[in-house]
Design a protein around this ligand. Sequence first.
Ligand SMILES: [Zn+2]
Ligand SMILES: [Zn+2]
Length: 194
Amino acid sequence: MMKKQHQWDTTWLLFARMMADRHSKCASKSVACVIVKDEKPISIGINGTPSQHVNCNEIYLKQDNILYKAEAERQQEKADALSIVHNGQVFYRCDNQEEHHEWSKMNEIHAEINALGKLAADSTSARHATAYVTHSPCHACSLALIASKIDRVVYSTGYEYGDGLTLMRQSEIEVLHRPLTEEYFLERIFDKDL
Ligand SMILES: [Zn+2]
Ligand SMILES: [Zn+2]
């Protein structure tokens, strides 16, 4: 029974990871949240701006861990070694590397809020469900998960900000960290009876 639960946890985390990697339009971080209830996925949220708003990756670009910004109004002579061209668009290195973080706070919806919001739009309850998240939820998302009466939160990557996990545990949510290791994939290759 425990082994089966562990396998499903890994399956949904891998699914969340793939949704984030393939479909997040945030230049800085790809996050996804899959809400599963009675063994069925009932909602998927990805971090990003509301639909019909400009996407993060149309403004920002991250390369080698450095953030760049598309600035149409910037003078051409400033296009120097600190700029890169991507899809025909010039991106300039952000003088302030925290700039995206500030912009994101004002414009991007976190994956967990997007997932819970979709459920709310359909009048579907997340009560007793499990949230699978690629990254540990931040403070605000943890409060939203508590309010939605979710039972479990499983995440694969630790997140550097906030104390959300402590808050959720105080509210008796089962919080699990299941890192998705490369060994997992290797195990599968060698274990499989082909
Ligand atoms: Zn972003
Ligand atoms: Zn969050």
